[in-house]
Design a protein around this ligand. Structure first.
Ligand code: NAD
Ligand code: UFG
Length: 339
């Protein structure tokens, strides 16, 4: 029998790619999502890619009854928790919403897991938990100092997981700190579909390329980087989900608390990404230099050594692959998923 993996947030950007990879790797993903930031048509796209329609339960991770029904119906082996909210700006405007979705939601989920004796858990954390330690290459020992409510909600869940593991060391827990996930499935059938104006660089660039936005605003060109614009460790979403598969294999229900950064170890500036996207798409990306965005760091990237050593994983795809796949998705779906 195929191991059943509960994927909360499984119709979202990273979750949908995870579901495809799980199916291809011989697992049975069970999606649990409240569609607060995703569209139902994602399911048909996953079926088109894999030839398999994943099971889907609509519900909110904060609702203990809805979640319990899933564990009653299916013998879940492990849980990957992508459900949550991720917009830094919104987290500053509505902190209660963020702590409710991200912290309360995860507590309810862990409580239900415990009730049903399911103790393998993978959590989507973020490089944002590091804040700005005064240097640019972060390893897993870099001190944690998140500077916004979104980052703090991730840090709080991490703390809860560390305390849970200390009190109940039979859990198998992975805290994965993602750097900047971009790109899309090479079929062009699933990808990132932000609602409203994209807050992140890659989706903004691709919407300019496809003609949905007039020009990119580059937030600052006076940073201490190769060309003065901010530099990040962009990671292809397929490499990211491969990292999760490697984590699942390495964990294998052995009691542990594993904390890993998932990034490439490289960094790309805003203007380098603009030029790479122009090359991949054949389009010109008009841009203007604007003031720095408050709270932005000059640069950050991961030291990828721990992931390589502990789970034998490293990212394979480069910036060109990330741009080509993003562009294919954007071109095929200029307005994102159909409703
Ligand atoms: P996303 O918004 O595309 O996906 C999240 C999914 O969870 C959506 O389908 C949404 O409908 C669902 N959801 C949200 N709240 C829910 C709830 N209470 N109950 C059930 N379903 C709920 O986001 P993503 O980019 O796929 O990110 C997935 C996870 O990875 C998030 O936890 C995010 O914070 C984390 N992360 C993302 C990034 C990034 O840049 N994309 C970086 C670091 C960490
Ligand atoms: N940028 C622009 N113009 C834009 C958008 C972004 O110049 O329109 C610049 C930013 O100033 C930064 C770089 O592009 O230098 C990347 O910005 P993103 O918003 O794409 O990514 P961030 O690294 O700022 O933040 C993202 C997520 C966070 C997450 C963090 C680390 O938004 O939620 O990655 O994982 F925590």
């Amino acid at each position: 029998m195929k191991p059943k993996i509960l994927v909360t947030g499984g119709t979202g950007y990273i979750g949908s790619h995870m579901v495809v990879s799980l199916i291809e790797a011989g697992y049975e993903p069970i999606i649990f999502d409240n569609f607060s930031n995703s569209k139902r048509s994602v399911i048909g796209r996953i079926e088109q890619i894999t030839g398999h329609k994943p099971k889907l339960i609509e519900g909110d991770i904060r609702n203990e009854k809805e979640l319990s029904r899933v564990f009653e119906k299916y013998q879940i082996s492990s849980v990957i928790n992508f459900a949550g909210r991720k917009a830094v700006g919104e987290s500053e405007v509505d902190p209660l919403l963020y702590f409710s979705y991200n912290v309360e939601g995860t507590i309810v989920l862990l409580r239900v897991m415990k009730k049903f004796g399911v103790k393998e858990f993978i959590f989507s954390s973020s490089a944002t938990v590091y804040g700005d330690p005064g240097y640019d290459e972060f390893d897993e020992e870099t001190p944690l100092s998140p500077i916004n409510n979104y980052g703090q909600s991730k840090w709080m869940v991490e703390e809860i997981l560390r305390k849970l593991y200390k009190a109940e060391p039979d859990w198998s827990i992975a805290i994965l700190r993602y750097f900047n996930p971009v790109g899309a499935h090479p079929s062009g059938l699933i990808g990132e579909d932000p609602s409203g104006i994209p807050a992140n660089l890659m989706p903004f660039i691709s919407q300019v390329a496809v003609g949905r936005r007039e020009k990119l605003r580059v937030f600052g060109n006076d940073y201490d980087t190769r060309d003065g614009t901010g530099a990040r460790d962009y990671i292809h979403v397929l490499d990211l989900v491969d990292g999760h598969l490697a984590v699942l294999k390495a964990m294998n229900h052995k009691p542990q608390l594993l904390t890993l950064n998932l990034g490439t170890g490289n960094n790309t500036t805003v203007l380098e990404l603009v030029h790479a996207f122009e090359k991949a798409s054949g389009k010109t990306i008009p841009y203007e230099i604007c003031a720095r965005r408050p709270g932005d760091k000059n640069a950050c990237w991961t030291n990828p050594n721990k992931a390589k050593k502990v789970i034998g994983w490293q990212a394979k795809r480069d910036i060109n692959d990330m741009c080509i796949d993003t562009w294919r998705w954007q071109q095929k779906n200029p307005n994102g998923y159909p409703d």
